[in-house]
Design a protein around this ligand. Structure first.
Ligand SMILES: N[C@@H](CCC(=O)N[C@@H](CS)C(=O)NCC(=O)O)C(=O)O
Length: 219
C-alpha cells in the first residue's frame, strides 16, 4: 500500500481529506498523530515543519494542505465519485466554495477553539467576537446560496462538500446556526447522512471530550 495518511480522526481538516479517501474507497495506511507516538510525530515534522495536519505520503511524494490532497487524489486515484468537476467554470465554483468553507467557516471556528486553549489571561475576547460575527455572516450567505442546491455547487457531491462537512459540523457546535438558516441546517444534515462523512464522524466519536468548547450531546 503506497498511501500513508498522517492525521488524527477528530481533526476537522483531516476529516475533510478523509472524506475524499472514503468516497472512492482508496486504500491507505493511517499514521495517527498522537502525543503518545513520538516517532510518527517526528516523521511528520520532518516532512512538514509547518505541522498542520493532514499530510499524505504517496511513495516518496509528500502532499500537504487538505484541498491539495483532495485534488491530488482526484487526479491520481480517480474513482466513481469525481470530486473536482472537469468543466473549468464548475471547477472554479467548487474551488470558490472550498475557499469559502476554509476561510469563512473553518478559520473563525478555529479562532474560537484555539482561543479556548489559551491561558485565561491571554484570551482574545475581541477576536472571538469577530469570529462569531463572521460565522453569522457566512451562515446567512450560505443559506441564500443553498436555496436551490442539494450539494454545495449543485447536484454533484465534490471538493466543496468535503470542506463543508467537518467545518459546518464543528462550527454548529461552537456557534449554533440560527433557526432562520434552514437551508444550511438541512445541508448539514445531508452531509451527516453521506456515508463517507458518517464514517469519519463515527470514527471520531471516542474523542469528543477533546473538543475544547465542550461537545454537545448530539451530532
Ligand atoms: N490549511 C490547512 C489547515 C490544517 C489545520 O489547521 N489542521 C489543524 C487540525 S484541524 C492542525 O494541524 N492543528 C495543529 C496545530 O494547530 O498545532 C489544511 O487545509 O490542511
Amino acid at each position: 500500500m503506497s498511501l500513508q495518511f498522517y492525521a488524527h480522526p477528530f481533526s476537522s481538516y483531516c476529516q475533510k481529506a478523509l472524506i475524499a479517501l472514503y468516497e472512492n474507497d482508496i486504500p491507505f495506511e493511517w499514521r495517527e498523530l498522537t502525543p503518545d507516538d513520538a516517532a510518527t510525530d517526528s516523521e511528520f515534522t520532518a516532512l512538514w515543519p509547518i505541522r498542520r495536519m493532514p499530510l499524505l505520503r504517496d511513495g516518496e511524494r509528500t502532499v500537504v494542505e487538505s484541498s491539495i490532497i483532495i485534488e491530488y487524489l482526484d487526479q491520481h486515484y480517480p474513482g466513481p465519485q469525481q470530486l473536482v468537476p472537469a468543466d473549468a467554470d464548475m471547477a472554479l465554483e467548487a474551488r470558490l466554495l472550498d475557499r469559502f468553507f476554509d476561510n469563512y467557516v473553518h478559520t473563525p471556528l478555529q479562532k474560537m477553539v484555539f482561543d479556548q486553549l489559551r491561558p485565561a489571561a491571554d484570551r482574545d475576547a475581541h477576536g472571538v467576537k469577530e469570529a462569531r460575527t463572521m460565522l453569522d455572516t457566512a451562515y446567512a450567505w450560505l443559506d441564500h446560496k443553498l436555496a436551490d442546491r442539494h450539494w454545495a455547487t449543485g447536484a454533484d457531491f465534490g471538493l466543496a462538500d468535503c470542506s463543508a462537512a467537518p467545518a459546518l459540523f464543528y462550527a454548529d457546535w461552537a456557534h449554533p446556526m440560527p433557526s432562520g438558516c434552514a437551508n444550511v441546517i438541512a445541508y448539514r444534515q445531508r452531509l451527516l447522512a453521506r456515508p463517507s462523512f458518517a464514517r469519519a464522524v463515527d470514527e471520531a466519536r471516542p474523542y469528543r471530550s477533546y473538543f475544547p468548547l465542550g461537545a454537545p450531546d448530539r451530532d
